[in-house]
Design a protein around this ligand. Structure first.
Ligand code: GDP
Length: 295
């Protein structure tokens, strides 16, 4: 996670800190290197441009240049900007006051949605919230079965749905059943396709209208870089989402999707998937991520 970027930035900062006094030329050179490192990490071009401008305007002031440790101060400026880029503070899930609170997971096929649904149920159970699961992916009966099997492994209740049923009906009935059973949360795993299409969006809108979710989370595959950001932005435009779960962060040495997402689409990353195992889902902490990048 972020290994390439971390390594590049480490080199830039080592040189800066080794210099003692800095002038505007040194800063210009360092900013150029930081810009390259961010672009190589696949961060959105416009996001990089704004980031560098912001760091430049904060770094070239007399206060920084005339301080005893200008290199250190610039590291601090970059760190603070990275935290902002990653969303500032961590964003909690909102459950509202209804039982169950429906949480709807949406995203493209293969992004890790089903695995994430089960991981999330486990995280919530650890926090004392019993979460039921249901799959509305009637187009892939194997995906419905996958959810049931995985849920069983962690002891989470998964509602039996029939792939011949209407996906909206499946979700509405699961909400009713979760209510009867006293579950606090119901995680809805919706169908994913290879690309966004109007039929898919229409179905998701109908589910949204029928169950009025307390959260709609877009599940994004970090390995797909800027594509993940673009698709997330499109889902937000067409459906409206509350946040993102970024999966497969463990396999992504660059980190461009995570660094661009908030700035491009304005919605926070709430959780990150960091492995295939069921307990490999963590709350996303911008501060910790930035510290990880800057070592
Ligand atoms: P879906 O089609 O979106 O429901 O995707 P799946 O849940 O079936 O996941 C697709 C693949 O991604 C599976 O092999 C998962 O084990 C894998 N996967 C999901 N999340 C992560 C993650 O955070 N890290 C890694 N390395 N693999 C993941």
């Amino acid at each position: 996670m972020f290994e390439n970027l971390a390594e590049k930035l480490e080199g830039v900062f080592k040189r800066l800190k080794g210099r003692g006094r800095l002038d505007e030329e040194n800063i210009k050179e360092a900013l150029k290197e930081i810009r390259m490192a961010l672009l190589e990490a696949d961060v959105n071009f416009k996001v990089v441009k704004d980031f560098i401008e912001e760091v430049r305007s904060r770094a070239v002031g007399q206060e920084v240049l005339e301080s005893i440790t200008p290199g250190q101060q610039i590291v601090k400026i970059v760190h603070d900007r990275l935290v902002e880029l990653l969303g500032g503070t961590s964003s909690q899930l909102r459950f509202g006051s209804r039982f169950p609170a429906p949480i709807m997971l949406v995203g493209l096929q293969g992004c890790g949605k089903t695995t994430t649904a089960v991981k999330l149920a486990k995280v919530l159970a650890k926090g004392g919230k019993r979460a039921g699961l249901v799959s509305a992916d009637v187009y892939r009966p194997a995906a419905m079965e996958q959810l049931r099997v995985m849920a069983q492994k962690i002891g989470a209740p998964a509602f039996n749905a029939d792939s011949s049923q209407d996906p909206v009906k499946i979700c509405v009935q699961a909400v009713e059943e979760a209510k009867r059973n006293g579950y606090e949360v119901l995680i809805l795993d919706t169908a994913g396709r290879l690309a966004i299409d109007t039929q898919m969006m229409e179905e998701l809108k109908q589910i949204k209208n029928a169950v009025n979710p307390s959260e709609i989370l877009f599940v994004a595959d970090a390995m797909t870089g800027q594509d993940a950001v673009n698709v997330a932005a499109k889902f937000n435009e067409l459906l409206g989402i509350d946040g993102v779960i970024m999966t497969k962060m463990d396999g992504d040495a660059r980190g461009g999707a995570a660094l661009s997402l908030k700035a491009v689409m304005g919605k926070p990353i709430k959780y990150v998937g960091i492995g295939e195992k069921i307990d490999a889902l963590e709350v996303f902490h911008p501060e910790r991520m930035a510290s990880r990048i800057l070592g």
